[in-house]
Design a protein around this ligand. Sequence first.
Ligand code: AMP
Length: 171
Amino acid sequence: METLTAYIRDIPDFPKPGILFKDITPLLLDPNARRTAMQALVAPFRGAGVSVVLGIEARGFIFGALVAAELGAGFVPLRKPGKLPGATHRVEYDLEYGSAALEMQRDALRPGDRALLIDDVLATGGTAAAGLVLTGQPGVVVVGFACLLELDFLHGRAALGECRVHSLLHY
Ligand code: AMP
C-alpha cells in the first residue's frame, strides 16, 4: 500500500494558505496504481452485500464509480447544493476550509439497501459525517466509509461514530 503514496502529490497552500492539499490526480493517471487503490478500497467490503455506493462530490465520484462497478452495486452521487434535479435531502456541515452542504436525491435509497460511502480524503470528518446523515434513511444499513487518505491529526473518524472506517493511507 505504501507504494501508493508515490502517486499522491502534496500541494502547499491550496486552496487556501495553510492547507496542504493532497492531490490524487497522479493516482488517477496511472492505470495500475488506480486499480490497486480501487481493489484495496473494495477488499474489506467484498461479501458485505453492498447494494449501493455513495460517492461524495467531486473526487469521491471517481473512486465511488469504480468501486460500484467492481461490486456490481448501484451508484449514488452526493452533490453540492443545487446540482441535483428533483426532490433532495440536504445536510449542512463544516469543512477543514470553509462550510458547505451536501444533497442526495430523495428517491436514491430504498429500505433494505446496504450502503458504502466513498471519498478521496478524510480530514475533519465533516463531509463524511454529512454523507452518513444523508445515508441514514429508513431501513438502510451503512456498511462503512472508505477513502484513499486519512489525515489522522484531524481526528475525522471521531466524527463518524460507530461507522466502519477504511483508509488506505494515513498522514
Ligand atoms: P473534511 O470534511 O474536513 O473531512 O474534508 C474532506 C473533504 O474535503 C473531502 O471531500 C476532501 O476531498 C477535501 N479535503 C479536505 N482536506 C483536504 C486536503 N488536505 N487535501 C485534499 N482534499 C481535502
